[in-house]
Design a protein around this ligand. Structure first.
Ligand SMILES: CC1=C(/C=C/C(C)=C/C=C/C(C)=C/C=C/C=C(C)/C=C/C=C(C)/C=C/C2=C(C)C[C@@H](O)CC2(C)C)C(C)(C)CCC1
Ligand SMILES: [Fe+2]
Length: 529
């Protein structure tokens, strides 16, 4: 088992840009028509150079197209400027979060920005390897820098490079935007030391543009919703996602922060951006709630203990409270676990999480008795979560929903609303083959799916067209095999029972990926358009 582990994480994967017909077993629902499109790192070695971290690898898009009971697989490297420059130089010349690289002097566009910015910071990477975003009728590969790349979801071709910075002053953004019921995007980014201020900026990208401006991109119509000042000019928090309810946006300012002075000198010191992140375990984590209508922040100060988290699960409002669920850690061992030097044959010794991912529910009272005494718990809902009035604000402690899950997904029709089900990957103490789960947040029941030599990815819920209940639909997951003799497959589970409906097997060396989305057939442009 040792060698496959290294090969699964670190080995370069081949792309398969031409559709490969998968072998379908079982019964796929006839209504399941469209494309499951996913993103993740596929190449970690270029010439003689290697990335340090799994999250640095070059973006490899892959897709499963469901058409009339047949399934076709494709994969293609994102032809980012980063990819092209690296391949041309036959070594890593563009820095990623966990790898600092040095370009051939002024030989490529990355070097130009380096010269221009007085030898301090190189142009940033457009290696968008984390997620897929839908903007209007278009699809983008996303990461956390100011760049996103438009892609053709059918052919996986790489199209325009969009620089968020042209439309809104942000240096980093999240790769987990939200969508409202009209399909408008809500996303957040950080504006670092701009005009003497560091702030978190919430912005909206409309799903459509006025008829007479049809040629213009929806980014030209980007609007800033509001901004939240960072507690510290030179130490803004890192965040990977945010939450929304029907009326509020939730931003959690965790004491897991970027050190801007260190970042500004990282390039000349020859250290990585990742080394400029630090967790202050004795600090507080601050909650911010922005009213989506008035665009004003709730003025009460809410906080909890120090934590590190990446993924919001869902959030909703109930009886004057905001309830939000996240997957949290007590340290940064998750990022450290994915250093490629650890994901080797001794991974079982090297890659232990010192903190297990914990699904926590915070229950935050927005309306409470203003005369309540210091020390009283203001939560009036039946939950073990508390919100205790203190002199300087309200101290929240969560209810633990469950432990050992990551890469959470929900039925997105329930995003921002009271919900029951989380679909997620099960996590043990190291990044080893695992299972996927369906977790009921109300009854705490958990259903599992796992198989021998099977390593399933983030599970995606697809509602059935006539869905009445939250779990009416299917769950899709790509299953990579730890036995190199066995072929990977796309698994379709009945979301209610979490049992197999069918699978589509393809004989390729598939990569382990991160995030993705299902695009129903009606959301795909027809070829003549
Ligand atoms: C910061 C900064 C800069 C640079 C920014 C850059 C390059 C940012 C890049 C950020 C990246 C690539 C972030 C990636 C984040 C990925 C995350 C959090 C992934 C989480 C993945 C999880 C939890 C996966 C879990 C698992 C997997 C995959 C397999 C399962 O079997 C096991 C399990 C569940 C543990 C600039 C723009 C240069 C300058 C300004 C400031
Ligand atoms: Fe993520």
């Amino acid at each position: 088992m040792a060698a496959p582990m290294e090969a699964l994480y670190g080995g370069n994967k081949e792309e398969h840009p031409e559709p490969i017909k998968a072998e379908v077993r079982g019964q796929l629902p006839t209504w399941l028509q469209g494309i499951l499109l996913r993103n993740g790192p596929g190449m970690h070695i270029i010439g003689d150079s290697k990335y340090n971290h799994w999250f640095d690898g070059l973006a490899l898009l892959h897709s499963f197209t469901f058409k009339n009971g047949e399934v076709y697989y494709r994969s293609k490297y994102l032809r980012s400027d980063t990819y092209n420059c690296n391949v041309e130089a036959n070594r890593i010349v563009v820095s990623e979060f966990g790898t600092m690289a040095y370009p051939d002097p002024c030989k490529n566009i990355f070097a130009k920005a380096f010269c221009y910015l007085s030898h301090t910071i190189p142009e940033f990477t457009d290696n968008c390897l984390i997620n897929i975003m839908k903007a209007g009728d278009d699809f983008y590969a996303t990461s956390e820098t100011n760049f996103i790349r438009k892609i053709n979801p059918q052919t996986l071709e790489t199209l325009d490079k969009v620089d968020y910075n042209k439309y809104v002053a942000v240096n980093v953004t999240t790769s987990h935007p939200h969508y409202d019921s009209a399909g408008n995007i809500l996303n957040m980014g950080t504006s670092i030391v701009d005009k003497g201020k560091t702030k978190y900026v919430l912005f909206k990208i409309p799903s459509s543009v006025p008829e007479q401006q049809k040629k213009k991109s929806c980014f030209k119509h980007l609007e800033v919703v509001c901004s939240i000042p960072s507690r510290s000019l030179l130490h803004p928090s890192y965040y990977h996602s945010f939450g929304i309810t029907e009326n509020y946006i939730i931003f959690v300012e965790q004491p897991f922060r970027l050190d801007i002075v260190k970042m500004a000198t990282a390039y000349i010191r020859g250290v990585t951006w990742a080394s400029c992140l630090a967790f202050s375990k004795d600090d507080k984590t601050w909650f911010h709630f922005v009213d989506r209508k008035t665009k004003k922040e709730v003025s009460t100060k809410f906080y909890t203990d120090a934590m590190v988290f990446f993924h919001h699960v869902n959030a909703y409002e109930e009886d004057g409270h905001i309830i939000f669920d996240i997957i949290s850690y007590t340290d940064n061992s998750l990022y450290d676990m994915f250093y490629l030097k650890n994901l080797n044959k001794d991974f079982e010794d090297n890659t232990k999480l010192t903190s297990i991912p914990t699904c926590k529910r915070f229950v935050v009272p927005l309306q409470f008795d203003k005369d309540a005494g210091v020390g009283s718990n203001l939560v009036t809902l039946p939950s073990t979560a508390t919100a205790v009035k203190e002199k300087d604000g309200i101290y929240c402690q969560p209810e633990i929903l469950c432990e050992g899950i990551e890469l959470p997904r929900i039925n997105y029709d329930y995003n921002g609303k009271k919900y029951k089900y989380v679909f997620a990957t099960e996590v043990q103490w190291s990044p080893v083959p695992t299972k996927i789960v369906k977790f009921n947040t109300q009854t705490k029941e958990m259903l599992h799916w796992g198989g021998e030599d099977c390593w399933p990815s983030e599970p995606i819920f697809v509602p059935s067209p006539d869905a009445r209940e939250e779990d009416d639909g299917v769950v899709l997951t790509c299953v990579v095999r730890t036995d190199p003799e066995k072929a990977p497959f796309l698994l379709v589970l009945d979301a209610k029972t979490f049992t197999e409906l069918g699978r589509a097997t393809v004989d390729v060396k598939m990569h382990l990926d991160l995030h993705g989305m299902f695009i129903p057939e009606q959301d795909l442009k027809t070829e003549t358009e």
